[in-house]
Design a protein around this ligand. Structure first.
Ligand code: UDP
Ligand code: MG
Length: 319
């Protein structure tokens, strides 16, 4: 390893024209400051990954690349989603950087703790998690749904680092291992703890978005949660199997009950219990099919082995 680590700060951007310039100047300031203090290598850089934005995001990145040689850009051919944009960035610098820090472009995560991340890395930690120590600035709905998400995931046996999003440092060893996870429906938060290595946490206050609006509407959030759940655990499938078995037992009990009624000569009253059990069984079967189908869908999308992202342009290739 070099005596001063070569750091790349990776920033995924999707329609972020409103905040990007401010993000660039704040990150640039911190990068230059760390270089001046001889904490990081001279060639350390910022990498902006344009995730198929439809606004001026790429123009802003291209402009910055022309102005500052510590700015790099990777442009994806369309919108591949936050996680894939991050992966694209991480793969672009694999073998080049000693460590990377991933951070959102909206300045919600406090850029001021970046030197702390680097300090921990220099102290020998291969993975450093950024943890927000409060969620006051999120809407009540977002806070509630996030906590529900963690406790649900925990019950299904997926142990995430609470209140850690995608603000983290990875050393080159961790990065290399990370890029070996080939799955299509990737959920980085779940995978990083699986890689192992010595890890540390850095706490910070999460702020409001500097400008623009969340690129994670409810629909994307639900899809994200479903991805996290089904790509890590087969517990839901077992749950449904158990539920199905329970309903089957109930149906048998109802059946015996009706049969006794039949023997005692009051059979016509059995109509309601019969109808009830038909609906219960039908419902459980539909539900089971749905869950099984969800997994089959995932297997289908994994076996196709499609690329997770497509790079249209990259400043690393030209340099
Ligand atoms: N993002 C992306 N692709 C997407 C959606 C989001 O690259 O399809 C980026 C976005 O530009 C931002 C980060 O991912 O840098 C987090 O998104 P956002 O701030 O909208 O999410 P929130 O903080 O509301 O969860
Ligand atoms: Mg945000």
């Amino acid at each position: 390893m070099r005596d001063k680590p070569l750091l790349t700060i990776i920033v995924p951007c999707y329609n972020e024209e409103e905040v990007l310039k401010e993000t660039m100047s704040q990150l640039g300031l911190i990068l230059r400051d760390m270089k001046n203090k001889m904490v990081i290598h001279e060639d350390s850089d910022l990498l902006f990954v344009d995730d198929g934005s439809r606004d001026k995001t790429w123009d802003i990145i291209a402009n910055a690349m022309a102005m500052e040689d510590y700015t790099n850009g990777v442009k994806l051919s369309r919108n591949f989603g936050h996680q894939n944009a991050l992966l694209a960035g991480m793969q672009a610098v694999e073998g080049r950087s000693d460590c990377i820090i991933s951070i959102d472009s909206d300045l919600q995560d406090d850029v001021g703790v970046i030197p702390e991340f680097v300090e921990k890395y220099r102290a020998g930690y291969e993975v450093v998690y950024g943890i927000r120590d409060e969620r006051k600035t999120d809407t009540r709905f977002k806070r509630g749904s996030a906590h529900l998400f963690y406790s649900m995931m925990g019950k299904f046996g997926i142990h995430l680092i609470p209140d850690h999003a995608d603000y983290r440092l990875l050393g080159s060893m961790a990065l290399q291992e990370m890029n070996l996870f080939p799955e299509n429906n990737i959920f980085l938060r779940g995978i990083v703890p699986l890689i192992g290595f010595k890890s540390e946490k850095v706490y910070y206050h999460r702020k409001e978005r500097f400008a623009g609006e969340s690129k994670y509407p409810l629909k994307k959030m639900l899809a994200f949660a479903a991805d996290g759940l089904t790509s890590f655990s087969v517990a839901p499938i077992r749950l449904v199997t158990g539920l199905g078995a329970l309903m089957f037992v109930i149906a048998i009990v109802i059946g015996i009950f009706t049969f006794i009624q039949h023997l005692s000569g009051t059979a016509t009253t059995g109509w309601s219990s019969l109808m009830l059990s038909i609906w219960i069984i039908g419902g459980v079967q539909m539900m089971s099919l749905g869950v099984v189908g969800e997994y089959i869908g995932r297997i289908y999308s994994e076996v196709k082995q499609r690329p997770r992202f497509i790079v249209e342009q990259s400043s690393y290739v030209q340099k």
